[in-house]
Design a protein around this ligand. Structure first.
Ligand code: AVJ
Length: 320
């Protein structure tokens, strides 16, 4: 609301997140039920995602970390010192220091919609790099963000690891890349992680692990709907499904009804026939050509690409 700075979460009189309710009610009314993936990441969901990154089947985090560790010299050469590193999403305690340690940046600007994660990440980085100015910015990076005055005149490097771009359909991904370009300005560079198309069994296992952590991550969405929106979804009648779509080149996560079910959310009634699903996440995978096409459509020219030794994941450096 006006006068309170940026209100990123608007609550109604019952303390319910309005955007969450609107997205869920609209999503459950569609012929193919769907809830935007961002709602997977409440506190419980974020912790489950952390656990996912340590699973044997979930290779992206390890593969990307391997690249960041191995290519420090190349980053230093191609990116150079003295840039303000602008990270889209709060830096993880592992990946960001690898980059910052390699290139000698002049400042670090983490952007995140969640103030809590943002402050934790900023404090963590500031402790690891004494003398590096850190300017956290609480903002929705899907839109153009005004950066702190202190970094205005510095050349920028955008950093967007984790293949988070893969959670967006192409139209949204292009919008984001264009916003990033506007946020970072002329002469900036972008270092972005993108996962690669590979054997279907490997991809599906990465999103349906033997320990069932990813299943819990997905089911947590239904639990959150029940908890926060007064839902009556029968959790145990839902099954986690991860399947590769060759048409869309993505792994899709769904919650599938084991039986015919009826439930209510925020006073509205919904039904699912046995086998019907709620689509909860997309994770797009790329080949070199589709990576380049996406970046170029977003206004970025790819200049270098690095893969891990098993060629599962890639980091791409692009110019404004
Ligand atoms: C948040 C994009 C890194 O799509 O791989 C992991 C999220 N979902 N397992 C991905 C996720 C299920 C993840 N990223």
């Amino acid at each position: 609301a006006a006068g309170e700075g940026i209100a990123l979460v608007e609550l109604d009189d019952d303390g319910v997140d309005k955007a969450f309710r609107a997205d869920v009610l609209a999503g459950l009314a569609q012929p193919q039920k769907a809830v935007p993936a961002r709602w997977l990441y409440d506190d419980a969901g974020s912790e489950l995602f952390e656990a996912i990154t340590r699973l044997p089947e979930y290779y992206p985090t390890r593969a990307e970390t391997e690249i960041l560790t191995a290519q420090g010299e190349a980053f230093r050469e191609l990116i150079g010192p003295g840039r303000a590193v602008v990270e889209f999403g709060s830096g993880s305690s592992v990946k960001t220091p690898l980059l910052l340690g390699a290139i000698e940046p002049a400042a670090y600007v983490p952007l995140d919609i969640s103030g809590d994660f943002l402050r934790a990440a900023a404090a963590d980085l500031a402790a690891k790099f004494p003398g590096l100015p850190v300017y956290p910015v609480e903002a929705d990076f899907m839109r153009c963000v005004e950066l702190p005055e202190a970094v205005e005149d510095l050349p920028k490097l955008g950093f967007f690891p984790g293949s988070t771009i893969g959670n967006m359909v192409a139209r949204t991904a292009v919008d984001l890349l264009r916003s990033m370009r506007e946020t970072l300005g002329q002469g900036s560079k972008l270092l972005i992680g993108m996962d690669l198309i590979k054997d279907r069994a490997v991809l599906e296992a990465a999103y349906d692990d033997a320990q069932g952590v990813t299943a819990e991550f997905n089911l947590n969405l239904a639990r959150r709907i029940n908890r926060e929106l007064g839902g009556t979804i029968p959790i145990h009648q839902l099954r986690h499904v991860a399947r590769w779509s060759d048409t869309f080149a993505r792994v899709e996560m769904h919650l599938e009804a084991r039986e015919d079910i009826v439930f209510a959310v925020s006073g509205r009634r919904y039904s699912m026939a046995k086998g019907e699903t709620i689509h909860s996440e997309n994770s797009h995978k790329f080949d070199r050509r589709s990576q380049d096409t996406l970046l170029l459509a977003g206004g970025w020219t790819p200049v270098s690409r690095w893969l891990d030794t098993q060629e599962r994941f890639s980091l791409i450096l692009a110019d404004w």
